[in-house]
Design a protein around this ligand. Sequence first.
Ligand code: BGC
Length: 724
Amino acid sequence: MEWKAQWIRPSFDLGDIAPLFSKSFTAKGRVKEAKLYITALGIYEAELNGKRVGDYVLAPGWTTYNKRLQYQVYDVTEQLKEDNCLLVTVGKGWYRSRLVGWETSEIQQELRKNPAGLLAQLEIGYEDGTSETLITDETWSFGESHVRFSEIYDGETYDASLTVITGEGNQVQSFDGPSHTLILQQGEEILEKERVHGASLFHTPKGEVVIDFGQEVTGYIELEVDAKAGEEVELSHAEVLDKEGNFYTENYRSAKAKYRYICKEGKQTYKPKQTFFGFRYIRIDQFPGGVEAAKLENFTAVVVYSDIKRTGYLSCSNPKLNQLFDNIIWGQKGNFLDIPTDCPQRDERLGWTGDAQVFVKAAALNYDVEKFFTKWLADLAADQGEDGRVGHVIPDVLAGESSAAWADASTICPWEIYLAYGNPQILASQFDSMKKWVGYITAHTKDTHLWTGGQHFGDWLGLDAPSGSYKGSSREDFIASAFYAYSTSLVVKAGKVLEEDVSEYEALYDSIVAAFRKAYPEYYTQTECVLAAHFKLAPDCQAAADQLASMVKECGVQLKTGFVGTPYLLHVLSDYGYGDLAYSLLLRESYPSWLYPITKGATTIWEHWDGIMENGDFWSADMNSYNHYAYGAVADWVYGVAGGIKAMEEFPGYERVVVAPKPDERLDWLKVSLETRHGLIRSEWKKVAGAWRYEIETPVAAYVTIAGKSYEISRGIHTFFSNI
Ligand code: BGC
């Protein structure tokens, strides 16, 4: 398809009101096939002859708009009639909404100045062999739509009582919009994936009328109401109630997250489709007949996320662990909305690179995220500076410096996606970006072969942080140098897969390791021990792991690690003979632990281990999300160590597999399964008559280790036993 359409926009400013573009046309004959190609500077929703076009919500999705703007293609053959009316509403979306509660990059500020632009082309093929192309141009009209306001953080106001004039509206203006940046939809579509009904409706001590959906979700409320024209429904969203049981929104910071609907006459339904919210509770602020008239059945939560397919399942005999597994899945669903976001509710919802690299491995086990990450990594490469700089968030609306362990998403994510799905294409597409990232460090360090200097997030949220700081006390140069080594090692591995000459990077890697050992002969924190052992930087990794185990035990079997150390903590313990201790951390229920939030009713993963403290107080409203997937990374330990299913670098994509389950007496049974590109891999163990019974199903040859003994098995279902 060749674009012939012109970008159109309203010929005068409508302010916050989303324009409604319209075009009426008559088909010239019997339609054989019709396709609509469409995109917008904002979020579009198209309607052909009264019916929504496609199921894609929040289209065209979020990309590095100044370099890559996706368009979508819809088959509208069935929707076309003789006389047709095509209507398109264009809201602000990520393109033109305020993004982040603080200052954004210049590019972002420029993008926001753009008009509500629309580009559409309808290709019609007739049964008589002729064809026709209908394009956006100055023959289109525009008017005000029902959407009076819509922004990503602040919500939507929709006035259904208004009579919207279509067809005879105002003439649009064509303009010189983006053309060389247009790309065909690359990621997964964003869809309405699930519906959750309210679990209870109640009054808070303050007298607020609140509905609890029983689950924190990302999406919006579908309203069903019988009302008089002009009556209003207003809703607020929240993740938690405070310790008195009142509705709590302070942790949304400046995000208003408001839902306002002005009714038309009679029975009606409405859902805002140009914004989204992260919430478990809603407060009814206004309702026809008064808030007391609101009923549970008036509201349904519609859950929205990228159309990723579930591949991994975890379950075991401990109900709290099962809740954790469930929360990890909900954390992923709530934050895989076109890009991997840190959280879905406050004035951020950004593609934080650190969070993405921490979670990518677990993400690729839980769901098939190859396409999802392929798109996001292409944005990462597009946003990368000439000098190799990688922003804190992708799309890079912040334009800050590069931080170690955040910008390393540029090497870690492609490598994990390759291991999970076995397709070297992701490495081929990202290889330049991976090398550029390592080159950036080499050029910006103060000390050769280390990464010293720079501005980093450190071991973000580490519990050994000095008072008043978000950064754990692990040395920033230590972390930065460790990730410099790790990223370089991944460039070497990727280069070998691609049959590139990587001798330069091999030599660099050796030099980094040597410099690291010299600069950091001692480790002072749990995270430092974790990195030294996990990245094989310590001259004696066993000693680093021994030190880690002592540190964990000395403080009463507690983790002190933050974003950087936590994902590898249990791996290091179990890799070096402390499997029991790893399980102790996983099964611990008091703060700090993965299960502590479960004891406080969590239905997603929290940003802080003590988002709600023992006494019911909150962490400061400043940085307190209840849907932050990063610590859900622990799932990869459950798949890979407890269940024992591991990808092999020599056979990526589970073409062959290692299965080495590690049961623990504190659990009676555990089941792990993974739908791979080669079929289902399943590993289960349970206590049977005083022994462990294992059942392993594999679609490919597998190398199994049970209680220290190794076996090579072929495809099929195999059972093993070992002593408890
Ligand atoms: C985000 C994090 C992110 C961090 C960077 C926060 O505001 O929510 O998850 O990684 O900033 O330190």
